[in-house]
Design a protein around this ligand. Structure first.
Ligand code: SF4
Length: 280
């Protein structure tokens, strides 16, 4: 068994949220650059260049990429041979977020209760998803998720007879309904299968996959390409101003499901889909 002290987890999370809020992942920067080179609409091209300038300025000035520094989603893969020492995992994660948001001067966007709506003042609690894995490593991925894109997600319990065409129609409906609200170009995270909550979790997990990596299953990789083309043909464009860059990727994850179910969830990530993954 391998022991990991909670202090190391806190420090890791603190550094990860500070990095995530300031520097966009390289795969997204590259996709934005490629989209800008290919974009046919002058106003859309100009907007993509502004986004790219913003990514450079944020790093140079050590400032947040966007004013909405999000509610932090934390995806944890905990190796079964790891013993966490000195405290509790959730508390260590939340302490790291508290310290990182304080030091980074990031906006605190979390309220204590959906009805009372009092700001907790430190951007906690995070939304922590913990999965057990093989081995003696702890992998932590942070995703500070802005509400502009999060609010545009949808879930539908399709009938199995609606099949793959029902899923395709639903993805396009969600993107069309969202329009410019999720700050396109978006990344569409799609979860298909499982049950209601599993589909939603798969959709969020799909956003953690780099935009230049297709699903390892050939049929799903082809579906991702097909849906990216279809989404871009909607013509919503960067920030909803028209153009052929509505999305940078459609990432699809699937899971076994019930004979009578076909759940599908779509979670939209904005052009500022910030994520950092660290292994301890
Ligand atoms: S959707 Fe993304 S880019 Fe738009 S305001 Fe929210 S965090 Fe910022």
């Amino acid at each position: 068994m391998r022991q990991i002290d909670v202090k190391q987890i806190t420090q890791t999370v603190k550094e990860a949220v500070m990095q995530a809020n300031i520097s966009l992942p390289p795969d997204i920067i590259q996709a934005l650059q490629e989209a800008s080179d290919k974009e046919s609409s002058p106003s859309a091209r100009r907007f993509l260049k502004i986004i790219l300038e913003n990514t450079e300025l944020a790093v140079q000035e050590n400032m947040a990429l966007c004013q909405d520094t999000g509610m932090v989603v934390v995806d944890v893969e905990l190796g079964q041979e790891v013993i966490i020492q000195g405290g509790y995992l959730n508390e260590a994660i939340n302490l790291g977020i508290r310290e990182g948001y304080q030091q980074g001067f990031f906006r605190k966007s979390v309220v204590n209760d959906p009805f009372q709506r009092i700001n907790t003042g430190d951007n906690t609690p995070a939304i922590v998803h913990c999965n057990l894995a093989e081995g003696d490593k702890l992998r932590i991925t942070v995703l500070p998720k802005g509400a502009g894109s999060e609010n545009m997600g949808q879930l539908s319990m399709l009938k199995p007879a609606q099949g793959i065409n029902g899923v395709k129609d639903f993805i396009l409906k969600v993107v069309r309904d969202a329009g410019g609200n999720p700050c396109p170009p978006i990344i569409a995270g799609v979860g298909v299968g499982g049950n209601m909550e599993k589909a939603a979790l798969l959709a969020k997990r799909a956003l953690l996959r780099p935009v230049n990596i297709r699903n390892s299953r050939n049929d799903l990789a082809r579906l991702e390409e097909e849906m990216l083309k279809a989404v871009n043909e909607l013509g919503i464009g960067p920030q909803g101003m028209g153009g052929n860059t509505t999305a940078l990727a459609v990432n699809i994850e699937v899971y076994p499901t019930h004979i009578a179910s076909l759940p599908v969830a779509v979670n939209l990530g904005c052009h500022s889909t910030r994520r950092v993954s660290v292994e301890i």
